[in-house]
Design a protein around this ligand. Structure first.
Ligand code: GAP
Length: 467
C-alpha cells in the first residue's frame, strides 16, 4: 500500500477513469458540457454489473418485490401532486462580480451550520446573523463579498415535448422526471390489478433522472443527468417500523457484501425532512477524495403522502382493501433510493489501490470480482508467434461465451498486466511456449500477483470456482 496518507485523490480517480475508458466528460470536442458524463466501455460494464447486483438483491431474490420501467416523461400534474413544482428548490446565491452560482446551504455548512433542507428565508436570516458577528460570506470563485441574497431555484428540468412551438408556456410544459419513484406511484394500481402481488410488496425501478442542480461538481457525485435505483415498498402502517429496520439492514449489508469496508459507511438521521418524508436516514460513504463522509443512499418513510396526493389530484381511488380483514386504507411507503452513478463512484473509490512493487507504483482497482468490468484477460506471450496467438484465441473464444473477456496481444506482458490491474480484471491468462507442449496456461491473480499453471481442460472449472 502506498505510504502517502489519503492517496485516493479525486484527480487520480478522474484521470484513471478517462485514461482507461471508464468515464468521459460530455461533448468534449465542443468544449464540454457541464455536469454530464459519458460512460466508456469499462464504465458501462461496471454500471451494468452494479445495477444487476442491485436488481438481484432487490427483485430477483425476493418474492415480494417486482420490477418496472416507466417513462421519463409523465403527465405534468404528477409533479404538482408530488409537491415538486412548489417546493423542489435549492437556495441560489450569485456573485454579482464574477457571476458564479453557489448554494446557500452549502455556504453555511462551511461555518458548521446544518442548513440541510433549510428554507431559503431561513438561510437569509442565518446569513444576516453571521453578518452581525462580522462574518461575511465570500464568493467561492473570486473571493468577492458582493453577493445576492439566497433565492429559490427550481431543480425541475423543463421541456416542451410534442409541442408545435419551441416557446415554453404554461400549456405545453412537460418535465423530465427528477426522481424515478413518480412512475412507481402511478403504476401501483396497474401492478396491483394485473399481477398476484398483495400488500406488503415493493416495486423497483432503475432509470434516468434529471435535476437542474445549481452547483454540480465533484465529478459524477452530483450531476444534472443521472440514474437512480429506487424501490418503493407498500405496506400497512402497523408494520412500518419493523419493515423500515429490515430495509435499512438490507441496504447496509448490500454495500458490505459487495466489498465496501464497514468503517467507510455510517448512518445519518435527517433532523429536517423533505416535504414527503416521515423519517429519513442516509447511508453515508467516506468519499475521502471528496473531503469525507457524504450521502450515498437514502432510506425514507414516506407515510401515505404519495398515494394520497395522487388520489387527490387524479380523482382515482388508490386505496387497498385487505383481502382477509377487509380493512380499506391508503398504503404507507418505505423507499430505498440511490444514484447508480454515485454508487459507482463509491465502489471505484473503495477499489482504488496503490501498491509499491519493485520501487514502482502499481495502481489496481480491487473490485469485488462480481463487479469487475472484465473478468478474464487472455494473452499470447508473443504477438508474432502464430501458434501462441491461435491457442490464446481459442481460449478467448471459448471463455467469452460465459464471461466478459478481453484478448490482448499489445506491448509486453508487464504492460498488459498493468493495464488489466488498472481496470480491475481479476485474472489474466497467458499462453506461452510451455502451453503448446503441456496444454496448460498461467493464470495470474490481480490482488496477489501470484501465478498458477492450470491445464486448459480444467480452466473453466477453475474459473468457476474462483470467480
Ligand atoms: N426519491 C427520493 C429521492 O430522490 P434524494 O435524496 O433526492 O431522494 C436519492 O435522492 C439518491 O439519488 C441520493 O442519495 C443520491 O445517491 C442520488 N442523487 C440525487 N441527486 C443526484 C445528483 N444530482 N447526481 C447524482 N446522484 C444523485
Amino acid at each position: 500500500m502506498s505510504n502517502v496518507k489519503n492517496y485516493k485523490t479525486l484527480e487520480k480517480i478522474v484521470s484513471l477513469c478517462k485514461r482507461r475508458g471508464f468515464i468521459f466528460p460530455s461533448s468534449e470536442i465542443y468544449g464540454g458540457f457541464s455536469a454530464v458524463y459519458d460512460y466508456g466501455p469499462y464504465g458501462i460494464e461496471l454500471k451494468n454489473n452494479l445495477s444487476c447486483a442491485w436488481w438481484k438483491e432487490i427483485v430477483q431474490k425476493r418474492e415480494d418485490v417486482v420490477g418496472l420501467d416507466s417513462g421519463i416523461f409523465m403527465h405534468p400534474t404528477t409533479w404538482k401532486a408530488s409537491g415538486h413544482l412548489d417546493s423542489f428548490d435549492d437556495p441560489q446565491i450569485d456573485c454579482k462580480d464574477c457571476k458564479a452560482r453557489m448554494r446557500g446551504d452549502h455556504m453555511l455548512e462551511e461555518f458548521n451550520i446544518n442548513a440541510d433542507k433549510m428554507k431559503t428565508e431561513d438561510i437569509n436570516k442565518k446569513i444576516k446573523k453571521l453578518k452581525e458577528k462580522n462574518i461575511i460570506l465570500k464568493c467561492k470563485n473570486c473571493g468577492s463579498k458582493n453577493l445576492t441574497q439566497a433565492k429559490n431555484f427550481s431543480l425541475m428540468v423543463k421541456s416542451n415535448l410534442g409541442s408545435p412551438t419551441d416557446v415554453l408556456s404554461e400549456d405545453n410544459i412537460v418535465y423530465l422526471r427528477p426522481e424515478t419513484c413518480g412512475g412507481i406511484y402511478l403504476n401501483y394500481k396497474n401492478i396491483l390489478d394485473s399481477t398476484r402481488v398483495k400488500i406488503p410488496f415493493g416495486i423497483a425501478q432503475i432509470g434516468k433522472a434529471f435535476r437542474n442542480e445549481i452547483v454540480a461538481r465533484q465529478f459524477i457525485f452530483r450531476t444534472r443527468e443521472f440514474e437512480q435505483m429506487e424501490m418503493q415498498y407498500f405496506l400497512h402502517p402497523k408494520i412500518i417500523q419493523e419493515k423500515y429496520n429490515e430495509w435499512k439492514k438490507i441496504r447496509w449489508n448490500f454495500y458490505i457484501n459487495y466489498g465496501i469496508k464497514e468503517e467507510n459507511l455510517r448512518w445519518l438521521k435527517h433532523e429536517k425532512l423533505a416535504h414527503y418524508a416521515a423519517e429519513a436516514y442516509d447511508i453515508e460513504y467516506n468519499f475521502n477524495a471528496l473531503g469525507g463522509f457524504k450521502e450515498l443512499e437514502g432510506i425514507h418513510q414516506r407515510g401515505d403522502w404519495d398515494l394520497s396526493q395522487h388520489q387527490k389530484f387524479s380523482g382515482i381511488k388508490l386505496d387497498y382493501t385487505d383481502p382477509i380483514t377487509h380493512e380499506k386504507y391508503i398504503p404507507h411507503i418505505i423507499e430505498t433510493s440511490v444514484g447508480l452513478n454515485r454508487m459507482l463512484l463509491a465502489f471505484m473509490h473503495e477499489a482504488y489501490t496503490e501498491e509499491t512493487v519493485n520501487k514502482e507504483t502499481r495502481v489496481i482497482l480491487k473490485f469485488d470480482k462480481r463487479l469487475a468490468p472484465i473478468k478474464i484477460a487472455i494473452f499470447p506471450l508473443l504477438k508474432n508467434k502464430l501458434e501462441l496467438v491461435k491457442k490464446a484465441r481459442e481460449i478467448y473464444n471459448n471463455l467469452k461465451l460465459e464471461y466478459m473477456c478481453e484478448f490482448d496481444d499489445n506491448g509486453n506482458i508487464g504492460k498488459r498486466y498493468r493495464r488489466q490491474d488498472e481496470i480491475g480484471t481479476p485474472y489474466c491468462v497467458t499462453v506461452d511456449f510451455d502451453s503448446l507442449e503441456k496444454n496448460d496456461v498461467t493464470v495470474r491473480d490481480r490482488d496477489t500477483m501470484k501465478q498458477e499453471r492450470i491445464k486448459i481442460e480444467n480452466l473453466k472449472k477453475w474459473l468457476k470456482e474462483n470467480l
